[in-house]
Design a protein around this ligand. Sequence first.
Ligand SMILES: Cc1ncc(COP(=O)(O)O)c(C=O)c1O
Length: 428
Amino acid sequence: MAGPASDQVASVDAPGSGAADGLPWHVWPLGSRLNEAGRIEVGGCDLVELAREFGTPAYVYAEDDIRTRARAFLDAFRARRERFEVVYASKAFPCTAAYELLAAEGLSCDVASGGELHLALRGGFDPSRIYMHGNNKSEAEIAYAVESGVGHIVADSFDELERLERIAPGQRILLRVTPGIKPSTHSYIQTGQIDSKFGFSVEEVPRAIESIRNLELRGLHAHIGSQIFELEPYEKLVEVLARLGDYPLLNLGGGLGIAYTREDEPPSIDEYVDTLVRGAPEHVTVLCEPGRALVGNAGVTIYSVGTVKEIPGVRTYVAVDGGMSDNLRPMLYGSRYEAEIASRPGGADVCTIAGMHCESGDILVRDVGLDSPRPGDILAIPATGAYGHAMANNYNAVPRPPVIFCKDGDARVVVRRETYEDLTRRDV
Ligand SMILES: Cc1ncc(COP(=O)(O)O)c(C=O)c1O
């Protein structure tokens, strides 16, 4: 049975549309479906077959999902104004293949470290279309950005302005502003409030502008946070920044939320872009920096079930061969996810999906309905495309999973699985 994804752009714009089989398809990559064998297919590839071929855990992406969402952003802007840029916030999924794909789609790129800059250049981004962020860029990172011809550096503090004057004379910059706006999302991913390590307060902006001698100030930037479902904070943001002066560029950051669970209904890309551009004068180039909204729903993590532990009257733990090393978000933010057994989706046996790490808190999903899980089942957790691979680590010396891109039934490994040998590669 097909999910709603066949009608691709429409489902980008109408998340939450349910399918007849009752599965929450809007959290799955576009084009996902149940195949004739009753198994979940992503990018035309059967998840059970992928597990057999590439092993588990593995990050599986539907390539077309990323493309479709990138185009939805571009189309939404194009329909409304001439001057805009869609900037991929690459911290969400810093993977060479993703940089290549999004550079080819015509996006610009946000990097927040020398490492991300290196990957963006490797991935083929034109350096002039790269925006370099960070609240504490080192001198070496600034020098690397200058040597590489990075188009804009986003200045974050008075100390950094002084550093930029010294190391990057003549560089085009934006000023990062902390606009005093607090959207409702997890406090760790709120960034626009006064009490923030990022940027200049609204009161400091005039002094910062006055201090600039030999840099080219091209505009203002603000990022108010992540996984945001409300649009009003963005309306307010445009107002606050517009009051700070008229510049060629207005970068409104990222943050558009995505559906992680069946209850989540974020605004559409179209509604979001409409809000961003509404208050901005025509002559200004409006930029936004989506990360999660481009790649989050494109990715699914597949695991093998190893043990099922039933504690009568208490809980059933279904343990998988990954956990907090491949997805840190549940531990960092208490993030919630859906999960399905790839060969028997649906089901009502309430289970807790536990990771394999030496922490009781290594729980991937709490209280999810599965169909009598057993060892050997392939378990899939959707909406893991953003900040999963990006935050992967080697806790318990567990090798990091591969990244597999799927399209029209073909699967290609774009990042191989780490090996035990890799774990000793940096030893001296
Ligand atoms: C400056 C900046 N821009 C964009 C983003 C992307 O956010 P999201 O993935 O929520 O769209 C972030 C995330 O931390 C950020 O710090």
